[in-house]
Design a binder for this molecule. Sequence first.
Ligand SMILES: NC(=O)c1ccc[n+]([C@@H]2O[C@H](COP(=O)([O-])OP(=O)(O)OC[C@H]3O[C@@H](n4cnc5c(N)ncnc54)[C@H](O)[C@@H]3O)[C@@H](O)[C@H]2O)c1
Length: 383
Amino acid sequence: MFDYNQIIDFDRGKFIRIDVGLEPTFPLFFGYDIEEHFIEILDRETRRHPVDRVFLLTDAFIFDLFGDPFLNKLKQTFPVTDIYLLPRGETCKTFDVLQQLCDELVGKGVSKRSLLIAFGGGSVGNITGLAAGLIFRGIRFIEVPTTITHQTDGMLSNKQAVNGKYGKNNFGLFHAPVFAWADTRYAETEPLRFKRSGIIEGIKNGLIDQNAFLPFLEGAIRRKGDYSSQQLTDLCFKLIRSKLEILKKDPTERQYGIILEYGHTFAHAIEWLSMGALTHGEAVSIGMKIAAELSFKLGYIDGEAVGLHYRLIDDVLALRPALPEHLDPASIFKTMYVDNKKIGTDVRYVLLQGIGQCRKEHGDFLVHVDKKIVKGVIEDFFN
Ligand SMILES: NC(=O)c1ccc[n+]([C@@H]2O[C@H](COP(=O)([O-])OP(=O)(O)OC[C@H]3O[C@@H](n4cnc5c(N)ncnc54)[C@H](O)[C@@H]3O)[C@@H](O)[C@H]2O)c1
């Protein structure tokens, strides 16, 4: 078990290399204000198969924040570097944008030796990873995540996807980056709402498997988001660790690792229906509360465990999004039936058996629940 209380010095400019342990795995370079080392690592990690040209994929907002120095450094070593600006946030995760992106890269001469760099949050990462997986049946890409969500959760998964007409992440594949580069300096500019949204998956990791992480989080989360660079870096490192401890038990994310989807069946439907009003993390916070209420209704956990969800999310993290008015239980229920955890006509759920432990039935962490019970719990939650 990882000791979440250990103190690690992340001095400015110092980075560590973490093997994420996924299948396939990739190295993650992590630290605060480490950009000056990026080119040396890029050069080293691609030396065996030299790169002919580089495509930097980002959005205009992120480019304005950090783009110029990053691009200049790249161009000094890789003169043939192009930049492609994607629509901002979730709006880039569509088939139309994907096709336009892939065609434009091919038109500009992308080859099997080229490299895509995803410089942004989970949305940029997801569409870049998917494009890299599709172009010529797979070219290389690198993750440079700029949000807490993507540094500590999204990129620790080889899942790449865009959304479809009926729901989130309906079309995608598994494709691993050559390496990931997480510089917590980038995350400092995230608005408080997004910082909170990024931390929610860490609370989830504690509730489903890493209960020793929860007391640490209670002490480390700053309600007003006023983190020093050292505090933010330490928190991000431990958020990463909390996910890696789970992935160690199932690097494929398809057996035990499926517990990482706790609350997500509800969350994906809610996020989708909110039409951009809620962040991914905000939707997950609501989805986790509904999953806790469902676990309670079925008698798997007690009221105290449900109360812990509300305390950590509402009080400690202070993530209390206003629910969009048009969000109604019937639409959420209907939208859940296009979830990617559906089997046949049945949607199954990750549920808790206690704090730090998920319910397992017939050797499976995806549990069948009578539709009427689920519907009732969602209705009660929204009433
Ligand atoms: N593959 C996975 O397992 C996985 C896991 C979690 C989330 N995701 C996906 O990731 C997406 C959410 O990603 P996200 O939360 O990183 O947000 P995002 O990529 O959607 O970006 C949100 C906004 O933040 C801005 N932004 C990015 N970096 C910034 C910075 N440093 N400072 C200020 N603003 C910044 C962007 O311009 C954008 O407007 C969702 O589509 C979700 O489905 C995937």
